[in-house]
Design a protein around this ligand. Structure first.
Ligand SMILES: Nc1ncnc2c1ncn2[C@@H]1O[C@H](COP(=O)(O)OP(=O)(O)O)[C@@H](O)[C@H]1O
Ligand SMILES: [Mg+2]
Length: 354
């Protein structure tokens, strides 16, 4: 069982640093997801672990051994990319077994391992097909099969589902979760999609601009974001953010006609006149809460199981989500209630005030 450790890992292209000191411990068998906006350094970090990018600073260990100077083929890893790059003239079986053939394994040993991987991926009935006769999801499974037969200690995935349509993405997501359960392997998985991160990860690493913003279990990040960036990135629909001023132990909302909200419990009281940003998740509005905001609904979306109201009051806009909104109408005024304990506060630098 193999863990991975990143110690102050850095990458610069010329003078430009794009990975700015990343410290992270990935435990054996853990499913770790790197998530963050496009360009934040997810692929670069993964490729540094794979050995496809040189490491500029810091240390990478896999299974306790320093890997900085080790050839990619000697690191015990296998990588699956967004573009599956299958050989069109080869069958599924030949594509899956190719690396074993190059490594000089016997024909029977290759057949056995290809068969076992195909069974895990429900590809056993497709082994004689060519890639052009497969669906997108099946092709991506072949690409995963290519990784499985190599029996790596660590699997690396870079946005493997981004080319698939929405329905297939959900299905493949569940298959990848199942694969992790079956293989009991260490997986590092890169995505820009917070839903994929929430559903797949044991541990999510939120990256921004070459640095880690927060590491934690999915629900830890959802319940206890360290800062406004993580709070806004994790959760859908997105958390509402509203400007607030502290006045006599209450929160006053200048953008919402000066409406007042009770102060959530904090470790230390905030000084009168402090300006903060209040964060409140759309799904935390619930009838019967002791805090209330008067809003008018601009647009309603009914999804069937739940409804979203996009509301406005003064300069503030907010989303309200509920499974009890079937009667909502655009133009309607309403009082939205919630439990004030659900309020999160952030300072001017976006750091959480606890
Ligand atoms: N070969 C390169 N030369 C210079 N800059 C690069 C190179 N590859 C990536 N970058 C830069 O590094 C940053 C991180 O890129 P990347 O890891 O691909 O982001 P992500 O996968 O999170 O979208 C981006 O700003 C990108 O422009
Ligand atoms: Mg990328």
């Amino acid at each position: 069982m193999t863990g991975v450790q990143l110690k102050d890992l850095r990458k610069a292209y010329g003078g430009l640093e794009v990975i700015k000191g990343v410290d992270l411990t990935i435990d054996p068998k853990e499913f770790v997801v790197f998530v963050g906006p496009s360009g934040c350094g997810k692929s670069t970090l993964l490729r540094m672990i794979a050995g496809l990018e040189e490491i500029t600073g810091g240390e990478l260990t896999i299974g306790g051994e320093r890997m900085n100077e080790v050839d990619p083929s000697e690191r015990g890893i296998a990588m699956v990319f967004q573009s599956y790059a299958l050989y069109p003239h080869m069958t599924v079986a030949e594509n899956i077994g190719l690396s074993l053939k190059y490594a000089g394994h016997s024909r029977s040993a290759i057949a056995e391992r290809v068969q076992a991987a195909a069974k895990t991926l429900a590809l056993d009935h497709l082994l004689h097909r060519k890639p052009k006769d497969l669906s997108g999801g099946q092709r991506q499974r072949v690409a995963i099969g290519r990784a499985i037969v190599r029996n790596p200690k660590v699997f690396l995935f870079d946005e493997p589902l981004s080319n698939l349509d929405a329905e297939l993405r959900v299905q493949m997501r569940i298959e990848i979760a199942r694969l992790h359960k079956d293989l009991k392997a260490t997986i590092i998985y890169v995505t820009h999609d917070q839903v994929e991160a929430m559903t797949l990860a044991d541990k999510i690493v939120v990256l921004r601009d070459g640095r880690i913003e927060q590491v934690g279990a999915p629900l830890d990040l959802y319940d206890n974001p360290a800062n406004q960036f993580v709070a806004g990135f994790i959760g859908s629909p997105r958390m509402n953010f509203i400007a607030a001023t502290v006045e006599k132990g209450a929160l006053v909302l200048p953008d919402m006609g000066g409406q007042r909200l009770p102060m959530p419990k904090l470790a230390a009281p905030l000084a009168d006149g402090s300006t903060v940003t209040l964060g409140l998740r759309p799904e935390h509005f619930k009838a019967g809460g002791s805090a209330n905001l008067d809003v008018s609904i601009e647009i309603v979306e009914h999804l069937g199981g739940e409804s979203f109201a996009y509301a406005r009051q003064g300069a503030a806009v907010m989303t309200i989500a509920t499974d009890k909104g079937r009667d909502w109408q655009a133009g309607q005024k309403m009082t939205a209630s919630f439990d004030p304990a659900k309020i999160l506060l952030f300072d001017a630098q976006g750091q959480r005030i606890r």
